[in-house]
Design a protein around this ligand. Structure first.
Ligand SMILES: Nc1ncnc2c1ncn2[C@@H]1O[C@H](COP(=O)(O)OP(=O)(O)OP(=O)(O)O)[C@@H](O)[C@H]1O
Ligand SMILES: [Mg+2]
Length: 244
């Protein structure tokens, strides 16, 4: 059987749990509540890719670029040169919307469709192998009806499926709730779901990461403890079962 082509995230234990990495071309929903580490994980994925010569693009709609770069500069993995050289491209979707003359807070069907076209053109033009949208929740929030959101998500899904890059979409959910998305539709276009949560251990909130699904690969479904540090960024370790 031919070896499946995998995209290594570059977070060692996570790649191991995935059986080597994400099948290339997959769209993965990175789910978590506020501060759970979604943005950091996605940035580490792009930076690690760039270090291996794979170009990436990060579309932000939640954090302005100056804040994003300031926060990421606190991590050793973050290499400004990769941004300057264009190996990792940071793009603020609100600025794109402004340039398109769109209302940046409220999108019509046409606006959303124009934005999708731009997104696809940028990814094509830069020939990116890794793409991040942070967050799909904030994008959908700008659409007025459930029907529009549904339509947009399915269009986004087919656009991404037609591209050959591996994609992370971040999804914001309320804390302490096990749901994958705000609108309940986002997961349907995802080939994979990674859930960032937490567990209470004697009053300490421990960050956790769990691969819920990943099409095309046999993966672990075990919940791991996750840490975030300046030195190593995102790291995983076994979650001790004890609840003493
Ligand atoms: N330099 C750092 N060293 C260690 N931990 C950090 C550092 N910078 C941020 N953190 C931790 O990471 C958390 C934020 O992670 P991140 O921004 O990736 O989360 P997020 O899920 O994207 O949050 P949001 O929903 O607010 O966008 C902070 O709340 C903090 O606990
Ligand atoms: Mg974030």
């Amino acid at each position: 059987m031919a070896e499946k082509e995998l995209c290594r995230i570059g977070i060692e234990e996570l790649d191991t749990q995935l059986g080597g990495g994400i099948p290339i071309g997959n769209t993965v929903l990175m789910v978590g509540s506020s501060g759970s580490g979604k943005t950091t994980t996605c940035m580490q994925f792009l930076i690690n890719g760039a270090k291996q010569g794979e170009r990436g693009v990060f579309f932000t709609i939640t954090e302005p670029l100056f804040k994003l770069t300031k926060n990421m500069a606190g991590f050793d993995f973050y290499d400004k040169k990769l941004i300057e050289s264009g190996m990792v491209n940071l793009i603020d979707l609100r600025i794109i919307s402004e340039r398109l003359g769109l209302d940046t807070e409220k999108y019509s069907v046409e606006d959303a469709s124009a934005l999708l076209d731009i997104l696809r053109d940028i990814a094509d033009e830069l020939n990116v192998k890794r793409l991040v949208i942070d967050s799909i929740t904030a994008l959908c929030y700008r659409l007025q009806t459930r029907e529009m959101i549904r339509d947009f998500i399915f269009k986004l899904g087919s656009s991404l499926a037609a591209m050959s890059c591996t994609t992370f979409l971040t999804s914001e959910v309320p804390p302490q709730v096990f749901q994958y998305s705000q609108y309940g539709i986002e997961e349907f276009i995802a080939d994979g779901i990674i859930f960032l949560g937490d567990v209470d251990r004697q009053g300490d909130l421990i960050r956790t990461l769990q691969i819920v699904k990943m099409r095309g690969t046999a993966h672990s479904r075990t919940k791991s403890a996750m840490s975030i540090s300046s030195k190593n960024g995102i790291e995983l370790a076994p979650l001790l079962k004890s609840t003493r």
